[in-house]
Write a protein that binds this ligand. Structure first.
Ligand code: ADP
Ligand code: MG
Length: 244
């Protein structure tokens, strides 16, 4: 695989006696969309969180864009600027307007002037279908709208890679489609993405590769057709029977 954006080798993560990641190899190429699936508790969130060192690996290597994230000498703040993350719960700043939420990080970090940030925020809000919400406060928005603001906010740092951890799981069903549309558009534009989701329709349509995890291990991976239509591993089969 050329131009590896994510290069994880033999990653292990323990929480005390709980061996949550048991030697994960996980690669993502530039412009690739990888959907990560698996039962609750299998370690999907922990793996994502190790990619930007929200969790410290117990052992193994995590290399993002050539930077060794697992090395304590690496400037993690700098590395994180290129990794956008969107969580299940949007974590917007409720005391700031939608526009200010999007503008905050690039201005605080000296990436752009306030004027540039305003222009950028308006453009990003337009791309997520919320150009009329620039002045709005987060609490006036629906869950789906909040999540689209969270995506715009992550994009404001112009990241090279976007990590999504169950971005639609907390949404009312009628809100899910709009958020998935925004993610599809991002994928079409060539964003490198790792998406943990239970939306198998999205995975089939958008993923270049599907990775199935269980018990802290990658059990199976392949194209959506391979994994969904012809799963090889018994655990994959059982899981897919439950979710599809
Ligand atoms: P998934 O996202 O696949 O549902 P997680 O990565 O959230 O799985 O969790 C995997 C396991 O790790 C679970 O047993 C969970 O309790 C444990 N775990 C996750 N985060 C922590 C933490 N900060 N402290 C202790 N245990 C944790
Ligand atoms: Mg999780």
């Amino acid at each position: 695989m050329k131009n590896l954006k994510v290069d994880v080798t033999d990653l292990k993560k323990n929480f005390g006696d709980n061996h949550v990641l048991k030697g994960i190899d996980f690669k993502v190429a530039q412009n690739e969309v990888v959907v990560l699936i698996g039962p609750s508790g299998s370690g999907k969130s922990t793996l994502l969180r190790c990619l930007n060192r929200l969790e410290d690996p117990t052992s193994g290597k995590v290399i993002i864009d050539g930077n060794d994230i697992s090395d304590s000498k690496t400037n993690i703040d700098h590395a994180r600027e290129n990794i956008g993350m969107v969580f299940q719960h949007f974590n917007l700043f409720n005391n700031l307007t939608v526009g200010q939420n999007v503008e905050l990080a690039p201005v605080e970090l000296g990436k752009m002037s306030k004027e540039e940030a305003v222009k950028m925020a308006k453009e990003l809000l337009d791309t997520v279908g919320l150009d009329d919400k620039y002045e709005a406060m987060p609490q006036s928005l629906s869950g789906g709208q909040k999540q689209r603001v969270a995506i715009a906010r992550a994009l404001a740092m112009n990241p090279d890679i976007m990590l999504f951890d169950e971005p639609t799981s907390a949404l009312d069903p009628e809100m899910v489609g709009d958020v998935l549309e925004v993610m599809k558009d991002l994928a079409k534009k060539g964003m490198t993405m790792v998406v943990v989701t239970h939306e198998m329709g999205f995975a089939k349509e958008v993923a270049d590769r599907v990775v199935f995890m269980a018990d802290g291990k990658v059990m199976e991976e392949g194209s959506p057709e391979e994994v969904f239509d012809n799963p090889q591993n018994e655990r994959t089969k059982t899981f897919l029977e439950k979710v599809i």
